[in-house]
Write a protein that binds this ligand. Structure first.
Ligand code: GLN
Length: 541
């Protein structure tokens, strides 16, 4: 395609409508038609990135290969399209302002007064256009966080207005709204959608496509009414009903012609409708899976979004094992020596979650002890791996005071220590060991069997590491260091070979699992958990 086309996805009426899923679906459908696409997220908050945000504020922090801490929507983009995102795919108001202020301090603006328009809006536009130019994408899909009418999203909307004006047909706006159902009146209401579109029009943006989120099916009369009131073509008014899985959304959108509506708007020829074969096969497999595998998630954030990528990776892996997943959150703050058996009962496998700080740590260690001594398949991720190591040091090596320097700075048995390059860092934002690093797997290890390749790349987000001084002692006693970074010699994976599945990774494999390429560690973990369940059932029978 000669010129890059830009798709802006905005949302109105309420938040949490699933703009990320819609953006991912648009990306998926255009990709299936052979276009080179990328999806970008703009978050209107002032933080430079979500790396310092508490997961209760904004859910999981997703990490790109090049080490950017980003919004969890980037996880959806990658899981749907399989296309890796980078720093350029994630932008916040904070980063935009910082770039402008840095330029001002350097004197780049030659004495001009720096203003929201044009300097901030120009910087926003530069970040959108640069992505298209640099990588020659056919489509750049830009999702704008927040809801129309928010004070903080105003500069982004102004930038979109300008781009639509400059680029004409090469820029379209897809606006997502909500159609509530009033039970007492027995009616679906379009008024909030009309108001939301008016709000957009008041800042000079005419939406090209409207997607209405709804819990009930919308008939043509409602779609026509919205089309008439909002100046949108009838076939560009699409509905997004609640579906059993987010992965059904692309198919639903394709059935309603969302991709063809967009192509027509930008003046692209409309060829054959892609089959989406492997995608549909995945959905079929999901539908057919009847039996359930129970996975206990031992963590401290009782919030769906806090461990989003882990949950999605587990669900992909279950489907590829022809099972439905049931994820049971187990709050590690309330796990004690006395109740651990009861808390973890009924779980076919346990994931010990990543995290930071003291809260809920001891519960994770108790859980790791229980699963190790009861041979329950266990997957420790980042902090979870570190807790497996501490548990082993305390209960097998006999160092009752073993700990991580993160939790106890003066511990005499610092089996988890601060990384050398982290020692003098005082700024919290963006300073961890972040992004993809190489890891070499050891011969004859379980993980080599699983990955089926010696050299792997996985993404990281941590400050602390396995202390190599203890390596021999761990290995003599049965916990093996089976993955290492070839440059820094950092331990990236530990496993206990004698057990069914007891593996801890310093990296976050969950960032790399996609619908069409589930992560081998998760697939093998779930496979073992299912085998473990069957065995338990056989014993009981
Ligand atoms: N807090 C630990 C560290 O910094 C683990 C981080 C994590 O789980 N992502 O090393």
């Amino acid at each position: 395609m000669a010129e890059t086309k830009y798709i802006f996805v905005t949302g109105g009426v309420v938040s949490s409508l699933g703009k990320g899923i819609i953006s991912s679906s648009i990306g998926k459908l255009l990709q299936a038609r052979g276009y080179n696409i990328t999806i970008q997220k703009f978050d209107p908050y002032i933080n430079i990135d979500p790396g310092t945000l508490n997961p209760y504020e904004h859910g999981e922090c997703y990490v790109t290969v090049d080490g950017m801490e980003t919004d969890l929507d980037l996880g959806h983009y990658e899981r749907f399209t399989g296309i890796k995102t980078t720093k350029a795919n994630s932008m916040t108001t904070g980063r935009i302002y910082k770039a402008v202020i840095d330029k001002e301090r350097r004197g780049d603006y030659l004495g001009k007064t720096i203003q929201v328009v044009p300097h901030i809006t120009d910087e926003i536009k530069r970040n959108i256009k640069q992505l298209g130019r640099k990588y020659h994408y056919d489509f750049v899909i830009t999702e704008i966080g927040g809801t129309i009418g928010d004070i903080e999203s105003a500069p982004f909307l102004e930038a979109i207005r300008q781009m639509k004006w400059e680029l004409g047909r090469n820029a379209v706006n897809v606006h997502l709204t909500y159609i509530p159902y009033l039970k007492a009146a027995g009616e679906l209401k379009t008024k909030p959608t009309q108001h939301s579109v008016k709000e957009l029009q008041s800042v000079g943006i005419q939406p090209d496509v409207l997607i209405m989120r709804t819990e009930k099916h919308l008939d043509d009369a409602i779609r026509r009414k919205v089309a008439n009131f909002c100046n949108v073509d009838f076939d560009c008014v699409v509905q997004s009903e609640d579906l059993p899985s987010i992965y059904e959304v692309p198919v639903n959108m394709q059935n309603q012609g969302l991709d063809t509506a967009i192509l027509r708007k930008v003046g692209e020829p409309i060829g054959e409708t892609p089959e989406l074969g492997p995608w549909k096969a995945f959905l079929e497999r999901r539908k057919r899976a009847a039996e359930i595998v129970n996975i206990g998630l031992v963590g401290k954030y009782d919030l769906q979004d806090a461990y989003k990528s882990i949950r999605e990776s587990l669900s992909h892996a279950a489907i590829y094992n022809d099972h439905k997943i049931k994820i049971n959150f187990i709050n590690s703050e309330y796990i004690t020596e006395e109740n651990v058996g009861e808390k973890l009962s009924g779980q076919d496998g346990i994931v010990i979650c990543p995290g930071f700080g003291q809260r809920g740590i001891e519960g994770k260690i108790i859980a790791a002890h229980y699963t190790r001594t009861h041979d329950i398949p266990t997957f420790g991720i980042c902090l979870g791996m570190q807790m497996m190591v501490i548990e082993f040091a305390r209960n097998v090596l006999g160092y009752a005071d073993a700990n991580s320097r993160e939790i106890d700075e003066k511990t005499p048995h610092n089996v988890i220590d601060i990384m050398e390059e982290q020692k003098n860092i005082t700024n919290m934002g963006g300073t961890m060991r972040l992004g993809a690093y190489e890891c070499v797997l050891k011969q004859d290890s379980r993980v080599l069997d699983i990955y089926k390749q010696e050299h792997i790349q996985e993404r990281h987000r941590h400050r602390y590491e396995f202390n190599n001084d203890y390596q021999q002692e761990f290995e003599r006693n049965g916990m093996m260091c089976v993955g290492r970074n070839p440059e820094s010699d950092l331990v990236e994976i530990v496993e206990i070979p004698g057990l069914k599945w007891y593996i801890g990774t310093q990296f976050h494999p969950e960032y790399q699992s996609t619908v069409l390429k589930p992560h081998p560690l998760f697939v093998d973990f779930i496979k073992t958990a299912i085998a473990n369940q069957k065995k338990d059932q056989d014993i009981k029978a």
